[in-house]
Structure formats: C-alpha cells, structure tokens
Design a binder for this molecule. Structure first.
Ligand code: M6R
Length: 365
C-alpha cells in the first residue's frame, strides 16, 4: 500500500533511509565486517580477474557508473560500464578473466538478461545485483547481491537506485578488503559513513518545501539542463532521466566541461540550469561553468554540498545537501532531484506513478 502517501513514488522516496540501512546493516557481523553470503568469489578468483564489466539499463546503468568509480578507486580493478542493449550486440572483450556485474531492480529486463547470457557464453563469471528474489537474473547468476529495498511499484526508480549504490559501495569495500588495497581504518570509516547516510537522507527530505518551490520554476520551462563533473555528472544523468520520465520536461545532462563544445548555444534567457556541485576538487571548475551559463541568461539552481565556497554568488537558488566523503555523495545528491521530478510532475497534474508510454519492467526487446 501507499502507507498514507499520495503516490507510490513519494512513499518509495521516503523508504530510502530504511532501504539503505537494511541493505547494509543486515550484512554486518559483530566486528562490523561486511558478510556477503551469496558471493562465492574468493581472493584467488579476484586475483585472476583483469577486468569487470558492469551492464544494465536506465537507472540501473547510472548506478553502474557510480559502481565503476567506487570499485576502481577502492579495489583498483579496471571497470567498463555499458548499456545492456549496446553490450549484447557489440562482440565485447569478455572472457574467463572477466567478471560481469549485471544490475536490475526487477531482474527481468530482457536486454540485461540477454547481456548476461552472452557474457556467460564467452566464459565470464556473473554477479547480479537485483531487488527481486528468485528473478530470472538472480537464477542465472553465479554470485548474488540482493538489495533489500522492498517492492518498488512506481515506474520511476528511486529506492532501488540508492540501494544499488549501497550495494556497489559494499562490493567495492569487500573487494578492496580482500585484495588489501585499503587499510582497516579506511574500511571501518567507510562502513560507518554508509551507515550514517540514512539520517542524512532524512535531513534532505525535511527540506521538501524548498525543493517544491524550485519545481514551480521547472513547470514553466520548455527545457532544462543538468550539469556536473565526475560523480556529479553521473547524478546529472540520473536526475535528467527522472525529470523527463515523469514530468515530460525535455531535460539533458551534460558534463560541465563540454558546454563550450556545443550545448551552451541552447541557453536562453530564463533557461533553468541545475548544477550539481558535491565534489570538492571539481567545485571551482563547476562554479566557473555556472558563471558562463548565467552570463547567457540561465536561471541557475545549485544542488551543492553544504559549505561549498562562493556558490552563493553565482546561484539564483541553492538546495543544500549534507556533507559526507565525496565518493558517497551520489546517494545524497540524487534525493533532491527525485523530489524535483516528483513535484514537477504533480504540479503539472500528471500521473506520477504511471507515466505515459512506459512499463515498470521492460521484458521485451
Ligand atoms: O528492472 P531494471 O532495473 O532492469 O530496469 C531498468 C530500467 O528499465 C529502469 O531503471 C528505468 O530506467 C526506470 N524506469 C527509470 O526510473
């Protein structure tokens, strides 16, 4: 049931603190070490690997982009990410030294399942991250990571996405610990930080009026842009998909450094530009990109980590996100973008939970 919420999507947005905690805490032993019972991959198997491929569709693909970043940074294994419908027809470089990680909330997406089978045929080992116990993807995989987000009913994925991010952070930590690429102190600090994310998500949810006010601006727009760099670019892609999917507002995500290579021509007086600024070493660059679009008339909305210097001088509106270490910021920065999509859709009087032309799970090609 909707549990008193007006729509499943809103309920599921509010389920996120619990989904994050469940996915992590039920797998911590008394020493606060991550125990992954359905992952059979041993140290020898990890040492044999020369590459990880992450394959998925839509929102799950965006989770994979964050997963690449976490695994490469913490476990130092090279990772490629591809869209399942591209991967399956691309004769990919996959062999018995490849680990394929498939990500699928439903576990029934046709292209993801076909990609899994193609990689298996080429000898790869398959690890599945899925939310549905006993789903097709779960049955075909060698190793399994269940996100414990609970059933997701709304077509737009929210809590499954944040739970997938938790899954990737945990896998990255588990691999890193097994391979010895991080110290015990770092390991413990990350586990603590992930555990604290639920409370920080709650803090963001309590700012929903500020976010609804920004949605009123988007309702009037004919197109909008999300900008980001590094992990914030990944969040920008996920945010743009969500806004398009349920509010039908034409939205594009751009790597902020690409603006000058074409996109900036689209900025007109009043065009909403949503800049995601959570990565410390990239913040200054983002601020100069925000100045560039503002000089062309853009209405600049910043979704920024609290305490980001100088942001107040360039943004017309700021949505602040609590600070955690940069690598974990995608879990927090995506929350306001989910609410923005939700409010833009409801303010337009649209069917949030069942947007036109879409199905919850795409079981045909
Ligand atoms: O069930 P899956 O995770 O395999 O679904 C993948 C996509 O179809 C899904 O994430 C889709 O992009 C969402 N509707 C986005 O909100």
């Amino acid at each position: 049931s909707k549990n008193g919420y007006s729509h499943f999507m809103m309920k599921e947005i509010y389920d996120q603190p619990t989904a994050i905690r469940e996915t992590l805490c039920r797998r911590l032993d008394e020493k606060r070490h991550i125990q992954l019972d359905d992952i059979k991959l041993q140290k020898e198997d990890l040492d044999e690997l020369n590459k990880i491929y992450i394959v998925a569709c839509g929102t799950a693909y965006h989770a994979g982009l964050v997963g690449k970043y976490a695994i490469e940074k913490l476990a130092r294994i090279p990772v490629e990410v591809d869209i399942a419908s591209e991967f399956r027809y691309s004769d990919p470089f996959v062999d018995d030294k490849t680990l394929l990680i498939v990500v699928s909330q439903s576990g029934e997406t046709a292209d993801t399942l076909a990609a899994l089978k193609e990689a298996k045929r080429k000898g790869a080992r398959v690890l599945a991250i899925t939310n549905v116990v006993g789903s097709s993807v779960a049955r075909e995989a060698d190793d399994l990571f269940y996100t414990w987000a609970g059933p997701e009913i709304a077509v737009a994925s929210t809590k499954a996405y944040t739970a997938q991010l938790v899954a990737f952070y945990m896998l990255a930590l588990h691999f890193a610990n097994t391979k010895g690429t991080i110290t015990d102190q770092e390991y413990v600090a990350y586990v603590d930080a992930i555990e604290g994310l639920g409370n920080k998500v709650e803090e963001i949810l309590s700012q929903k009026e500020t976010i609804e006010a920004v949605a009123k601006i988007l309702v009037e727009a004919t197109s909008a842009f999300y900008l980001g760099r590094g992990l914030d670019y990944t969040t920008a892609m996920e945010a743009a998909l969500k806004l398009k999917e349920i509010s039908y507002l034409h939205t594009e995500a751009f790597a902020a450094g690409e603006l000058k290579h074409g996109t900036i021509a689209l900025i007109e007086e009043g065009t909403p530009v949503l800049a995601i600024v959570t990565q410390e070493r990239l913040a200054e660059k983002m601020i100069s990109n925000m100045k560039e679009v503002k000089a062309r008339g853009a209405y600049v909305i910043a979704i920024a980590k609290e305490g980001t210097p100088h942001i107040g001088h360039v943004a017309d509106k700021i949505i602040e996100v609590p600070a955690v270490c940069d690598i974990l910021m995608p879990i927090l920065s995506v929350i306001p973008t989910q609410l923005l999509a939700y409010y833009t859709s409801t303010l337009k009087g649209l069917d949030v939970d069942k947007p036109r032309n879409l199905a919850k799970s795409v079981t045909v090609e």
